[in-house]
Design a protein around this ligand. Structure first.
Ligand code: PLP
Ligand code: COI
Length: 339
């Protein structure tokens, strides 16, 4: 095998040895299958191709200083996938079967788990798709669950360093009663133009406002938002954002640090009052925010005056990473050790 440059990995796809699959047929999930084939054979009328019956998840495995491999909050990802399946009428996979598949694919690809020192991790990408043929708009009767992995580095430029973001008013990612709370491909398709616009303008990522009033901060294209002020961790409450497992964990860690936690609508103008802010998610971990521009309103909310990550973002980041890599005790039971 070609040597992997662990310390300089980007967030991308790398071929590994194996993926795992479970098929749903005749009303039940079958046995787990191991494959080294990167391609899927699909019926051309499969519902995932036409009617968007596609859900995915994202989680990570970390190699600790002790050599052990830890997977972060996999039961939460299983639960979110079940919620997504309810949202777009797909067959639900139990938490036990989800766990079986994740553990298997991580063990089979052990040699791709980055070493502790690299600060990189193994990204785990489960997906669940409708596979049976349907021409009328109806849910499929057959589904496939697939999990592949890829060693990854930071999602946003520079890893834990501040970046500029931009509010894009022209496009919405999700409607108030739409599919924004589910992790489905359609939401990401809806985000591509806004994301490209943000990148073309030199920003790290796009920010969405609530689609109805265009007044409140929703989230980024691939991460939740939080702001810090007066020893309080503030994060949007909205019916169109993804319930981030990282954000949920950071709320707990903030509480553990003696901070107040508020989940409520965050008006755009409030950005001017935050001492620190970040984008958070499995891929992003915490990406501290340098500033958020609202070009249409000719406003620039500068959050990090010196361009550096703030002390609370740094403390939260370190606490989270320490649990993930096994450098701090797993007091909340968030970690599954791969035996
Ligand atoms: N919001 C969106 C739109 C995302 O794609 C993600 C990534 O999964 C997140 C938030 C963060 O969620 P999590 O922390 O569960 O990875
Ligand atoms: C994640 O953070 O796991 C994501 O899914 C974000 C993005 C790569 C879609």
């Amino acid at each position: 095998m070609k040597e992997i440059d662990w310390a300089n990995l980007s967030f991308g796809y790398m071929k590994t040895d194996y993926n795992v699959r479970i098929n749903f047929r005749n009303g039940k999930w079958g046995e787990l299958e191991v494959s080294s084939e990167e391609h899927l054979t699909l019926h051309m009328a499969a519902t995932c191709l036409h009617y968007g019956q596609e859900a995915f998840e994202g989680l990570k495995a970390f190699r600790g200083k002790d050599g052990k491999v830890r997977i972060f909050r996999l039961e939460e990802n299983a639960a979110r996938l079940q919620s997504t399946c309810q949202g777009i009428l797909m067959a639900e996979l139990s938490t036990d079967r989800f766990k079986e598949a994740i553990l298997k694919v991580v063990k089979l690809n052990e040699r791709f788990i980055p070493p502790y020192e690299s600060g990189a991790s193994l990204y785990i990408r489960p997906l669940l798709i409708g596979t049976s043929a349907q021409v009328g708009v109806h849910p499929a009767t057959e589904y496939m669950f697939v999990v592949f992995v890829s060693p990854v580095g930071p999602y946003f430029k520079g890893g834990f360093s501040t970046n500029p973001y931009v509010i894009i008013r022209e496009f919405d990612r999700a409607a108030p009663h739409g599919t924004g709370t589910y992790k489905i491909g359609g939401n990401y398709a809806a985000s591509l133009r806004a994301n490209k616009k943000a990148h073309d303008l030199g920003y790290s990522c796009e920010f969405y406002l609530d689609a109805k009033e265009k007044k409140y901060i929703d989230e980024c294209g691939a991460a939740n938002f939080f702001g810090i002020k007066d020893n309080t961790y503030i994060t949007p409450l909205s019916s169109s954002i993804l319930p981030s497992i990282t954000n949920k964990s950071l709320m707990q860690l903030a509480e553990d640090m003696g901070m107040k936690v508020e989940r409520r609508p965050v008006p755009e103008e409030e950005l001017a009052t935050f001492e620190e802010a970040g984008a958070c998610g499995t891929a992003a971990v915490i990406s501290p925010i340098q500033r958020i521009d609202d070009l249409e309103k000719d406003k620039s909310y500068v959050i990090s005056k010196d361009g550096k990550p703030g002390p609370i973002c740094t403390k939260l980041y370190n606490k989270l990473r320490d649990i993930q890599y096994g450098d701090a005790p797993d007091t909340h039971g968030w970690v599954t050790i791969v035996e």
